[in-house]
Design a protein around this ligand. Sequence first.
Ligand code: B1M
Length: 215
Amino acid sequence: MTEKIFEEATEAILQGKAEKAVDVANRGIDEGIDPLELMEKGFIPGINKVGDLFETGRLFLPALIYSATAMEKATQIINAAIPSEKELVSGKIVLGTVEGDVHDIGKTIVVSLFKANGFDVLDLGRDVPIARFIEEAEKFGADIIGSSTLLTTTMVGQKELEQQLKKAGLRKKYKTIIGGAPVTQRWADRIGADAYAQDAGDGVRKVKQLLTEKN
Ligand code: B1M
């Protein structure tokens, strides 16, 4: 039964059917499936297949947009259903998708899971100018600055963030965490970010670690 829901979720995204995606997300949650499991085993494989088809020229931009819209609708339902953890951790995080990049589905899942774990999160949205990450972190009194990017061409924004923090004499004041499909631990090491997270769950683990190091 659960496997069937996962398959239906993948199909809804592949077909770019927002109504179907919403229905599957609601049904999965009503049936007691863990929302993040439904996301990881159902919806994400669907959008990854769409990405592969797009990359190899077997699917075009309008279809990618339909699938992305279905994914956004499903993500809203999944995010709202993520249960709060019992042991909440305190810490302030400013997070956004870097300038030039409008991909925000994964970043939004990360934000929801951070909130469910008790962190105080300021979501800056997408296409965020690098200087704004720093301005908002200063105003918010953040402990951590997180940046997401899905395009290889905008990964450089994460490097620029490290450079701007250094230039402003603020590098030691904040811990930084980076993520996004093309991002790796190697990239984090290369640009001097404090942590890299592969997915939302890994993000929570890494943030807890960073907060322990900071205090
Ligand atoms: Co675009 N896109 N897209 N796209 N898109 C990719 C990224 C691409 C790989 C597709 C492909 O060709 N295979 C390709 C990039 C190629 C490259 O850079 N080398 C691409 C392209 C080319 C483009 C356009 C340029 C297309 C065009 O216009 N010709 C354009 C770019 C516009 C721009 O940004 N300036 C574009 C546009 C779009 C849409 C708007 C249609 C839509 C985005 C809608 C939205 O986000 N609101 C879209 C989509 C949906 C995708 C794919 C298919 C799926 C992305 C996604 O949502 N994944 C994507 C292919 C792919 O990645 N397989 C693709 C699901 C999501 C849950 O995963 O975001 O990786 P992800 O997040 C994960 C982890 O990475 C991690 O946790 C999340 C949850 O597990 N994580 C973090 C992410 N951020 C984190 C931060 C953290 C910690 C963990 O801490 C701070």
